[in-house]
Design a protein around this ligand. Structure first.
Ligand SMILES: C[S@@+](CC[C@H](N)C(=O)[O-])C[C@H]1O[C@@H](n2cnc3c(N)ncnc32)[C@H](O)[C@@H]1O
Ligand code: SF4
Ligand code: SF4
Length: 372
């Protein structure tokens, strides 16, 4: 049967150089399964939040369901990590909840900097005023990521009234404070797809030089919500990926200092994958990515279910957990089941992104997601 022109699995001669890159990245991922190498760390600073986004993947509320690490406890864990790994190769993403609700983020980031780690914050922007941006920068942070989920109406539809101006002000504050990378992160859904060109103009005007587009997973507040209107159908998923690919081509042509990237854990097909992100774009949870959760549990990534945590850094040294646990993250057998059993792309994809596979077991495959 002839393939449709937009079939995500279609391969031709022109795809060969890209496929070679993807195979190399997959080979590297396989060697990381045998020999993990921690280079990316999340610190989930808190599960508290000052917003109640409809799609919140962490289901955050005003109070935390657990006892959160004190400043001293986080710093102690970071020190053991610096003693046991090459901290100059570790990039830490400070996330939440809303991390800036913690007044000690600067103190912890200053310690990360002292230990040789680089750090960024992922924030809803509402607390990233000029003073906070300056103090984070003074602590050594050089990257700030602010969530902006649409132009005003679309953003406020999921994030709440009055949240749009502060988010853009957060981008402006980070730029004014001297952050090298100021990133906007957008969760794309049917309700903001049309507004992406206008949103790009707004985040660029506010000082962003990076724009990461992601999609919404049915976890946290959306757990089990298979029929959510926030989910992109196949035609919408293709439109999003084609938009990102077109913007990347155009930005490469003009040489403008602005980068756009799609981000998800799975393989997108031979043509679209490299058109929307670098070859290393797939899921590295538990391979080079680890996390300190807000209560000290050690996980691969904060988007995974809590049941996937591997033990507490308050009871065991982080490096011991990293080197002796994470068995399922580093095994391929269980991934080659269900939809992935017999899939010709398995050696490139290795069964999709971990948190996506766990959050939506029937619809995690990004190749299928683009097919009607
Ligand atoms: C959990 S938030 C924590 C940081 C901060 N509170 C914020 O909203 O940016 C981290 C990122 O996850 C995104 N996110 C939230 N819920 C999600 C979901 N259900 N699926 C995918 N991404 C989600 C947010 O938009 C944000 O960019
Ligand atoms: S997505 Fe971020 S800002 Fe929104 S409720 Fe969750 S943690 Fe808070
Ligand atoms: S079926 Fe599985 S292995 Fe194949 S492309 Fe989809 S997620 Fe990847």
């Amino acid at each position: 049967m002839p393939r449709r022109p937009d079939d995500p699995s279609a391969v031709g001669l022109r795809d060969l150089p890209g496929l070679v890159k993807l195979h190399r990245a997959a080979r590297d991922r396989r060697s990381l399964m045998a020999q993990p190498d921690l280079t990316y760390l999340f610190w989930e600073a808190t599960l508290r939040c000052n917003l109640r986004c409809l799609h919140c993947g962490s289901a955050c509320e005003a109070t935390s369901p657990v006892r959160e690490l004190t400043t001293g406890e986080v710093v102690d864990i970071l020190r053991t990590i610096a003693a046991d790994f090459d901290s100059r190769r570790i990039f830490v993403s400070v996330t939440g909840g809303e991390p800036l609700l913690r007044r000690d983020v600067e103190e912890v980031v200053a310690e990360m900097t002292r230990l040789g780690m680089r750090a960024c914050v992922v924030t809803n922007g509402t607390l990233l005023d000029a003073a906070r941006a300056r103090s984070l920068h003074a602590a050594g942070m050089r990257t700030a990521s602010v969530s902006v989920d649409g132009t005003r109406a679309a953003h406020e539809e999921v994030r709440g009234r009055g949240t749009y101006d502060p988010a853009l002000a957060g981008l402006r504050a980070a730029r004014a404070a001297g952050f090298e990378d100021v990133e906007a992160i957008t969760c794309v859904r049917p309700g903001n797809l049309d507004a992406l060109p206008a949103l790009e103009a707004e985040v660029r005007r506010a000082g962003a030089n990076l724009w990461r587009l992601i999609t919404i997973d049915t976890m946290g507040r959306l757990a089990g919500a298979g029929d959510t209107p926030l989910w992109l159908g196949p035609a919408e998923a293709r439109r999003l990926l084609d938009f990102v690919a077109a913007r990347r081509r155009e930005l490469a042509r003009t040489g403008e200092p602005f980068r756009v990237q799609f981000s998800c854990g799975g393989f997108l097909g031979p043509r679209r994958d490299l058109a929307v992100r670098p070859a290393e774009g797939q899921c590295y949870a538990g391979l080079c990515v680890g996390s300190i959760l807000c209560d000290g549990q050690v996980s691969a990534c904060p988007s995974l279910p809590r049941s996937w945590a591997q033990g507490s850094a308050l009871e065991h040294r982080f490096s011991r957990l990293w080197h002796t646990r994470f068995e399922a993250h580093r095994a391929t057998g269980w991934r080659r089941t269900g939809a992935c059993d017999g899939c010709g792309w398995f050696s490139t994809c290795m069964g999709g992104g971990l948190h996506e596979r766990l959050a939506q077991p029937d619809s995690f495959c990004w190749v299928s997601r683009q097919s009607e």
